[in-house]
Design a binder for this molecule. Structure first.
Ligand code: GLU
Length: 447
């Protein structure tokens, strides 16, 4: 069987064995289709069925999460945790609380996390979890009761050497606090390293909150450098207005970029003079509100209800909201408006058609596996601090993050070159991540 036929068979099998999980199929296809040249170079990977094994999660837990709302009414949600691969370290990956969550979303995220975590060079396996619980509009008490119920089942599957969750969409320091409190209570252990994204007041790493956004900009800086350019004076558009988007915008502005737009699921804010990041922080982090209230009365910014952020001209476009938010039409608009760099702050935000369009048009395209790996890399730095009962300064931690992002860029760049696709970060990231995991799996034998 030819290598191409072999890869096609693997993808077909994944689709057949995981019916209806379209995001998972997409994530597997995106990686598998780039691995042909690796199999050609390393027949031992085919012989030991490494790709087939990587595509099957090591474990998947699905559980009931009952809780009571403020009216004492019983609510039922579904909880998930998928430990996809532990070849390089304990399962590691965030928890997502969002109504769109189902097994297919968690599996795509966990699958991506394997390769992302591998290219950080840190000792962490790949996992993801979450629930279809919607934190939007819930009281603190409701969120707390939900988190306590969620952890009452999940705790038995966790441990600092087994599985270490963190945040993702809908899970920030507040939720991590409630989850940690319940874990500590049930297990009778102050096991700091069991969760990351904790508040720095009780064991969290400084910079963890900012790290995905900051890391994304450090990566973009390297992408531009590779093309003989700098960030200074460029215009950027960022989608989303959550944790990743906020700190990406903050770092962009600190490095001399004008950020003219951001968004939430209801609409777009276009502020040609530059987004007021402090205002977005207040709306999202303090008020837990909607962008609609941004700049009300100031007259400068425009709020476009249901608008598409990608129609606003920019040189740097950073999708930082959610999966498949940037499609072929949007990609065409960006390229037409002179965009030169796209880097993914979210996980799989660009559709496969849009990704191909960018690469064919010569736009530098940074896939999330590499470009947004700063978050989980800083989680690994948090685990290091917890293990040594230490707490590093902001500056020291940020420097570590910058070094890690530079190394990820250099590795992806070098691997893309080695495999005859210079400047193709999709191929570079997939192959660099795969090689690390595959070598460890081979070393461990058939387990
Ligand atoms: N949810 C983040 C990601 O997509 C971070 C996960 C972590 O820190 O474990 O990489």
């Amino acid at each position: 069987m030819s290598i191409e036929a072999r890869v096609a068979t693997i993808i077909d099998q994944v689709i057949r064995r995981n019916p209806g999980e379209v995001e998972f199929h997409q994530a597997v296809r995106e990686v598998a289709e780039t691995l042909g040249p690796v199999l050609r170079k390393h027949p031992e990977f085919s012989h030991h069925k490494i790709i087939e094994r990587i595509c099957e999660p090591e474990r998947q837990v699905i559980f009931r999460v009952p809780w009571q709302d403020t009216h004492a009414e019983v609510q039922i949600n579904r909880g998930f945790r998928v430990g996809f691969n532990s070849a390089l370290g304990p399962y590691k990956g965030g928890l997502r609380f969002h109504p769109s969550v189902y097994l297919g979303v968690i599996k795509f995220l966990a699958f991506e996390q394997i390769f992302k975590n591998a290219i950080t060079g840190m000792p962490i396996g790949g996992a993801k979890g979450g629930s279809d619980f919607d934190p939007k509009g819930k009281t603190d008490g409701e969120v707390m009761r939900f988190c306590q119920s969620f952890m009452t089942e999940l705790y038995r599957h966790l441990g600092e050497h087994t599985d270490v969750p963190a945040g993702d969409i809908g899970v920030g320091a507040r939720e991590i606090g409630y989850l940690f409190g319940q874990y500590k209570r049930i297990t009778n252990r102050y096991e700091s390293g069991v969760l990351t994204g904790k508040s720095p007041e009780w064991g969290g790493a400084l910079v963890r909150k900012e790290s995905t956004g900051y890391g994304l900009i450090f990566f973009v800086e390297e992408m531009l450098k590779a093309r003989g350019q700098t960030l200074e004076g460029k215009t950027a558009v960022v989608s989303g207005s959550g944790n990743v988007a906020i700190y990406a915008m903050e770092k962009l502005q600190a490095l001399g970029v004008r950020v003219v737009a951001c968004s939430d699921s209801n609409g777009v804010v276009h502020d040609p003079q530059g987004i007021d990041v402090e205002a977005v922080k207040r709306i999202k982090e303090v008020e837990r509100g909607r962008l609609e209230s941004y700049g009300r009365g100031s007259g400068k910014a425009k709020y476009i209800a249901q608008g598409c952020v990608w129609d606003i001209p920019c040189q740097i476009a950073l999708p930082c909201a959610t999966q498949n938010e940037l499609d072929e039409r949007a990609a065409r608009a960006l390229v037409g408006n002179g965009c030169i760099v796209v880097a993914e702050g979210a996980n799989m935000p660009t559709t496969p058609e849009a990704t191909h369009l960018f690469i064919d048009a010569g736009v530098a395209f940074g896939p999330g596996k590499a470009a947004n790996a700063g978050g989980v890399a800083t989680s690994a730095l948090e685990m290091q601090q917890n293990a040594s009962r230490d707490a590093w300064t902001f500056e020291f931690t940020e420097n570590r993050l910058r070094e890690i992002m530079r190394k990820i860029h250099a590795d992806c760049y070098a691997v893309a070159d080695e495999y005859g696709k210079p400047g193709n970060y999709v191929i570079g990231a997939n192959i660099a991540g795969f090689l690390r995991v595959a070598r460890a799996m081979l070393a461990f034998g058939l387990v």
